[in-house]
Ligand binder design. Structure first.
Ligand code: BGC
Length: 397
């Protein structure tokens, strides 16, 4: 942080040689605080014509923990950089989100950042945004069948699922199973969320060869995304579906070895079902995603095995720098990554995310696997969470 400030000072003094040395020094910054500070320094150095513009941020719901963090990080980053922010939450109701976005358009925002509840339902309202020349960034979830969005900022969603699948494969040592067989059940996300199939496919691509070879068995027979999806990523729905599965296929003493869940809200329901309705005494490997507080507590307590963490603080920084570039009439491309000097990894992808109208240029950040063993290093030492006196990590907002 200090180095960065010194860099800015030296740059102002035109001491170019010293600046190179400083920039090198800064690439090693890792904490959330230093990441936020380095981004701020970058955006302060950026052209200023767009400062004071209005940013409309539409988040899906407060009921799924992560979006509270996304909303507050986005609001903080854009405000700190000199923008005026309107932040809305739509209670996971599609009509409400349409109304919220209509309201933001009526308020004459200059940029929309939207995490869709239902990727298919925003085409009409975003056509209105387009007709008023309001650029739209699809945030975290791709928005389908509209030519109104210019960019997508997210994590590598396929890799999220792949990390979950690889974790299960390694934990059960499927590659060396010999004649042993393992029982696995899948729980997917919301079919209305374009991310959900990416997560499922990433995990399934790892596990499928083991299903085909007979090493992995799925006693419920539910192996397609359509069969395992969970509307609205709802914990109660995941809980009752899993209770049914346990009652129908495991009540005879069949051992469940792994529950591959796409995210933490569904993992929470599945874990509750296993605690209450599973007769076995073995440790069931349970995957998740997000680092929700209750799930991290379950990981510490040995009730959930892993979560895939996505540093939403960095997703907000990427969105700010992209938004600023758009508002400054630049045409952001791969060079934005280097230009912004982010201290986190990001790829510029121009092939993976086709929304039905076009392939949307995407900035994809990198997810990490978190277990009890690396919670301290990945979540606490990085500054995203603090370890409470209760022994559990709590998010820093
Ligand atoms: C996000 C996940 C999240 C899920 C439910 C997805 O679109 O990418 O991080 O777990 O929505 O909120």
């Amino acid at each position: 942080m200090k180095l960065k400030k010194l860099c800015a000072f030296l740059a102002a003094g035109m001491l170019a040689l010293s600046l190179v040395a400083c920039t090198d020094g800064n690439t090693t910054a890792t904490s959330a605080e230093s990441q936020a500070d380095s981004s701020k320094a970058e955006s302060d150095a950026a052209p200023t014509e767009s400062k004071g513009s209005k940013i409309g941020i539409s988040m899906p719901t407060k009921s799924l923990e992560r979006w509270n963090r996304d909303g507050s990080y986005l609001e903080k980053e854009f405000t700190k950089a000199g923008y005026e922010v309107s932040l809305t939450y739509s209670d996971n109701k599609i009509d409400q989100q349409v109304k919220d976005i209509e309201g933001l358009i009526a308020d004459k925002v200059n940029l929309l950042v939207v995490a869709a509840i239902d990727g298919e339902s925003l085409a009409q309202v975003l056509a209105e945004a387009k007709s008023q020349n309001i650029p739209v960034i699809a945030y975290d979830r791709l928005i389908m069948n509209t030519d109104a969005i210019s960019y997508y900022v997210s994590f590598d969603n396929y890799t999220v699922g792949k990390l979950q699948g690889e974790f299960v494969a390694e934990k059960l040592d499927l590659a060396n199973a010999g004649d042993k067989k393992f029982n696995i059940e899948f729980t997917g996300g919301d079919p209305a969320d374009n991310n959900a199939t990416f997560f499922f496919n990433g995990a399934m691509d790892v596990i499928k060869p083991y299903i085909e070879s007979g090493t992995v068995v799925v006693p419920s027979g539910q192996t397609t995304f359509e069969q395992v999806g969970t509307a609205q990523w709802d914990t109660a729905k995941a809980l009752s579906r899993f209770q049914n599965i346990l009652g129908s296929y495991y009540s005879d003493g069949t051992q469940l070895d792994a529950a591959l869940c796409s995210n933490d809200s569904t993992a929470l329901g599945v874990t509750q079902a296993i605690q209450s309705d599973y007769a076995g005494t073995n440790e069931v490997v349970i995957t998740g995603q997000d680092g929700d507080e209750a799930n991290l507590a379950n990981i510490i307590d040995g009730k959930q095995t892993m979560t895939v963490y996505k540093a939403v603080a960095n997703e907000a920084i990427a969105t700010l720098d992209l938004g600023a570039a758009i508002l400054n009439n630049e045409k952001p491309d791969a060079s934005l990554i280097e230009k912004s000097g982010w201290s986190f990894d990001c790829t510029y992808d121009t092939s993976s995310y086709d929304n039905g109208a076009a392939v949307i240029p995407s900035y994809l950040l990198v997810p990490v696997t978190v277990t009890k063993d690396n919670i301290q290093k990945e979540l606490v030492d990085t500054g995203y969470y603090t370890m409470g006196s209760d022994g559990y990590p709590h998010p820093v907002q």
